[in-house]
Design a protein around this ligand. Sequence first.
Ligand code: ZN
Length: 424
Amino acid sequence: MWSFATALLFSITWSTSAQTSSSAPQPALLLRPAAVFDGETLHPGWAVLTEDSKIKAVGPAAQLQAPAGAQVLELPGLTLLPGLIEGHSHLLLHPYNETPWNDQVLLESEALRVARATVHARATLAAGFTTARDLGSEGAGFADVGLKQAIDQGLIPGPRLLVATRALVATGSYGPKLSADVDVPQGAQEADGVDSIVRAVREQMGKGADIIKVYADYRWGPNESSRPTFSQEELNLIVQTARSAGRPVVAHASTPEGMRRATLAGVQTIEHGDGGTLEVFRLMKQRGVALCPTVAAGEAISRYRGWQPGTTPEPERIRQKRESMRLALQSGVELAIGGDVGVFAHGDNLREAEQLVRTYGLTPLQVLRGLTATNARLFQLPDRGRLQPGLLADLIAVSGDPTQDVAALRQVRLVVKGGVITKQ
Ligand SMILES: [Zn+2]
C-alpha cells in the first residue's frame, strides 16, 4: 500500500447478483458471444463450452455442440474473455479519502475490516476480476486467510485469492508512527536478521500465505523520501526461505537501490517502482523480474491531495512516474497489471488498465493480455488467464470489443467462476 492522510469524499456503489456455490458438479455451459478473446487474440464467431469447473472446448460456434442438459447462453454483441486477474489489491483496506491509512490500522477493529472486506470481495468479482493477488492485510493479521477460505467455501462471493498475510518490514521502517515513546501496532510484521526473518517467513507460510510480500524500501521518517530497508543478505534469505516452500516473493520498492536488491534476491515482481532508472529496469528484465507499476494508486493519492488533472499543475510525483514509466517501457521489463486497489475503491479495479492506456501509451490489446494471460504467467498460475480446454472456467462477457476500447471492460454483463454463473 501507499500510505498518506487526507480527507475528501466520494463513494462508488456496486450492485451485483453475485452468488457462489459449493463444489458440486456444475451443468455444462455453452456460451455463444459475438467474439471470444482467448487471452491472446480476438476470434469473432467463436464459442466456449464449460464442463464442471473447467473449460471443455473453445472454437468456432458451429463446431461446438451443447451436450444434453447443458445451459446455452446466447450473448449477442458481447465479447467473452478470461476472468480478469487483479495484480495488486488490499481487500482489507478502503479508500484513504474515506479513512486515512493510519486510522484504518489503529482505530478500526478487525471485525469491521473483515466485514468491509467481504463487500470489497463481492465488488471485485462483479467487476470481472475472478482472481486477485492480495498483497498484505495491513495490520489485520491473518484475516485475509479466513477471507480466502470463506470465498473458497462459497460462503461469500469473491475472486480466487492469493494472499500475502501480514507482509514483512524491517523494524522501525513502517507505520503507523506516533511519538517515539509509544509502540503501536504496525501495518506489517517486523523482522530482522537471519533467525527472525526465517521464522517470520515460515510463520506466515504456515498460517496460509501464498505469497511473501516484503517492503524493500520505505520512508524511515514522516517527511523524507524512501530509502532501502532490508539488506541484500536479508532479502536473499527471505526469497530462499519462501522459494524452498514453493512461494514467490513480491517486493514493494520505489528506490533504485531497493529495486536492485529485490531484483538480485530473485523476487517475482516489484510493486510501484516509481523511482526506477533505466539501469535497474534493465536489470529486472535481465533477471526476469516484472514491474507492477500501480499507476492508479499514485494518481488517486495525488487527487486526494487536491490535484485536479487538467486544472491544477501536475504534482512532482506524477511527473516522476511518467518519466520512470517511460524508462520502464524503454527497457522492455515485463509489466504486471495491478492498481493497489484499496487505496481507491474495490470494484474500480479497471482504473489501472485505463490509465496505462490513457496516460502511459499502452494499447487496449496490451492491457487486455496483461489482465489475463500475462498476469497469469507472471504469477505462475498456469490454470487460468486463457480460454483453453482444461483451464479453469473463469470467464466474463463484456459489451463491445475490449481489444479496441479498454472501457468495454467496464460493461461486465456476465461473470462465470469455476463454471458457475456469479453475475448475469
Ligand atoms: Zn499495496
